[in-house]
Design a binder for this molecule. Structure first.
Ligand SMILES: C[S@@+](CC[C@H](N)C(=O)[O-])C[C@H]1O[C@@H](n2cnc3c(N)ncnc32)[C@H](O)[C@@H]1O
Length: 213
């Protein structure tokens, strides 16, 4: 079974025989992969009825038994145990923060958000987590960040929260970030204040990159 590079990167950091709660499972392909190849027990949840129906259809199609499906908002009604791994992937940062703020969750949370990573790092670490790994992957031409949070304390500088304590040393990530900001910078008129802000950001990324060479 082939899953996207992004979902594969998430699956790769989940140990065999884990219990996984996949919040916003949609198609449930991650759960099907984990149940099939890693002997995981999965709880696949989604807020959207149609998405969950698709998940159920796929689970049946693959003949999987150890995936439970639940229609719910975030983790509402889910009995999360400390050793469960919570995966929240493919959503905006605000939705993810809403899901985490509503309930104490497990020792390990794997997050792949669309946006606002700095805010998300700040929020999740303030809930009593530290960052144990960060990955940047490019899947079908689009960049994705995957962060693994584990229970614990750590203090991060503003720059580490902005770029990521691991990704701040990742050349591919910094280059991709630079390119994205440069494209926006090039479109901003010279007399616009935002141009100076973007220039500051580009200089900062360049300085981080120069330290890696
Ligand atoms: C883009 S899909 C991502 C699917 C999969 N997790 C992935 O990474 O490929 C986002 C899914 O999250 C679900 N979702 C959005 N908000 C949610 C919430 N508060 N609770 C549960 N599921 C939610 C949506 O219905 C949708 O199926």
């Amino acid at each position: 079974m082939k899953i996207s590079k992004r979902l594969q990167a998430i699956a790769d950091i989940i140990s065999d025989k884990s219990t996984v709660i996949d919040v916003g499972c949609d198609h449930a392909l991650l759960d099907i992969y984990l149940a099939t190849y890693k002997d995981c027990q999965c709880i696949a949840t989604d807020i959207n009825e149609n998405a969950l129906e698709q998940a159920k259809y796929n689970i049946k199609r693959f003949g999987i038994k150890n995936i439970q499906t639940v229609l719910t908002d975030g983790l509402n009604g889910i009995d999360v145990k400390p050793n469960d791994i919570v995966v929240i992937s493919g959503m905006g940062a605000t939705t993810i923060e809403h899901i985490l703020a509503n309930k104490p969750v497990s020792n390990k949370v794997i997050i792949s958000a669309h946006n606002d990573w700095d805010h998300l790092r700040k929020t999740v670490t303030s809930l009593g987590y530290k960052i144990s790994s960060e990955q940047f992957i490019i899947d079908k031409g689009k960049g994705y960040i995957i962060i693994e949070f584990v229970k614990g304390k750590s203090t991060y500088s503003d720059q580490e929260l902005l770029y990521g304590p691991y990704l701040i040393n990742n050349q591919n990530y910094l280059n991709s970030l630079y390119q994205g900001i440069k494209e926006i910078y090039d479109e901003i008129p010279d007399d616009n204040i935002e141009k100076a802000n973007k220039k500051k950001r580009l200089d900062e990324i360049q300085s981080l990159l120069s330290k890696l060479n």
